[in-house]
Design a protein around this ligand. Structure first.
Ligand SMILES: O=C(O)CCC(=O)C(=O)O
Ligand SMILES: [Fe+2]
Length: 361
């Protein structure tokens, strides 16, 4: 019988190899440079239906897309979130936020950080700052769904839209539902960039209060700067990039953007606030294991999210793995190192063999 610790180590190994698999498509995608120009091509949100192709090309071949979209509440939301810095015992009810709608926590790993998660809603909220942030979440949710529709249309994959909840799920009803996450960074910390992939379908990120979000140098077609927020008009543009779930759902046609936050940039400022919106598969959605030419790689992909109301999905022979656990292992491992693990380490045949035989078979 495998021990818990043994299983844990194997999961970590799988997770680490998985990031190599997920990212290597973009690394070795022939013609990535040719497919996009050095200067990103911006697509207006209103044109996503007609010009979805440009948007999808950027997402696929550059690793992210810039979408023009008027962010009416970004500044108000940022001002409010900045005012929350250092408030560890924040009473959300005092801001007019209900328990299923907002969650606040202070974490120390991988770096000191306050997180405020907000689900999009139309409910009236008295506190103007909180109302601005929830309004922003609503706008970003709608935009993320429009982006997913463009992908579904372009790839002729209408089933992608079935993965998303019709109305946003409350925080306690789904394990990791779609939400806006305000990251409030304290400034001084010694963590590295904490390279990772987001676990959802799409991340839609307005510019934070100070540009520090970086694309991994492994993405060769990123363009002129790895500091992606520097490419944005802060009140009129957002970044859109894919997470693991879209990579799995499209069998690697789209790949996740390996990204992190520059510790150097964080140190240059007092507080930094970012507000990415994560569009994730709904509770109960099942992503099927894609067909791979190399069967070995197939075992490395997480393939399911937690079923509605059920226990966590255990890894099985047909490749089901809890997405959240996968990311926790992956994230933790990479953050400990504080840097991207070289792909070459994971492409060693003996390591792939170990995963094939040691983990699943
Ligand atoms: O702070 C940022 O800009 C990015 C944060 C991030 O990558 C995340 O919360 O997943
Ligand atoms: Fe992220």
């Amino acid at each position: 019988m495998p021990t818990t610790r043994g299983r844990c180590l194997r999961l970590q190994r799988v997770a680490a190899i998985c990031i190599a698999g997920l990212a290597s498509h973009s690394l070795h995608f022939e013609g990535s440079f040719a497919a996009v120009n050095k200067i990103p091509k911006k697509v207006d949100a209103g044109a996503l239906a007609q010009h979805g192709e440009d948007f999808c090309n950027e997402l696929k071949h550059r690793g992210f897309a810039i979408v023009g979209f008027d962010l009416t509440k970004r500044r108000d939301a940022l001002d409010w979130l900045e005012s929350l810095a250092g408030k560890e015992d924040l009473q959300l009810a005092n801001c007019g936020l209900q328990p299923g709608q907002a969650r606040h926590e202070t974490v120390s790993f991988p770096r000191p950080l306050q997180r405020l998660d907000l689900i999009p809603s139309d409910a009236a909220i008295e506190d103007t700052g909180a109302a601005a942030a929830v309004h922003l979440a609503r706008e970003l949710h709608n935009l993320s769904v429009s982006c997913l529709m463009a992908v579904a249309r372009h790839e002729n994959m209408p089933e992608l839209l079935d993965l998303v909840a019709e109305t946003p799920e409350p925080l306690h009803a789904a394990k990791e539902p779609s939400f806006l996450r305000a990251n409030i960074y304290a400034g001084q910390d010694s963590a590295g960039p904490c390279w990772h992939l987001d676990l959802g379908l799409l991340t839609v990120a307005p510019a934070g209060s100070w540009p520090a979000l970086m694309a991994s140098p492994f993405h060769e077609a990123v363009g002129e700067t790895a500091f992606l927020e520097e490419l944005l008009d802060p009140d009129r543009d957002v970044l859109v990039f894919a997470g693991t779930a879209l990579a799995v759902a499209t069998a690697g046609r789209y790949t996740g953007l390996v990204h992190g936050v520059s510790a150097g940039r964080l140190k240059q400022t007092g507080t930094r606030v970012s507000m990415p919106y994560f569009l994730r598969p709904r509770s109960g959605a099942v992503l099927h294991k894609p067909v791979f030419s190399d069967e070995g790689l197939a075992y490395l992909y997480p393939a399911a999210v937690q079923p509605a109301g059920g226990a966590a999905v255990q890894p099985t022979l047909n490749g089901m793995l809890d997405l959240l656990r996968f990311h926790r292992d992956l994230y933790g491992r990479l953050c400990t190192r504080g840097q991207v693990v070289p792909m070459s380490v994971f492409s060693k045949p003996e390591l792939q063999e170990k995963v094939r035989h040691g983990f699943y078979l």
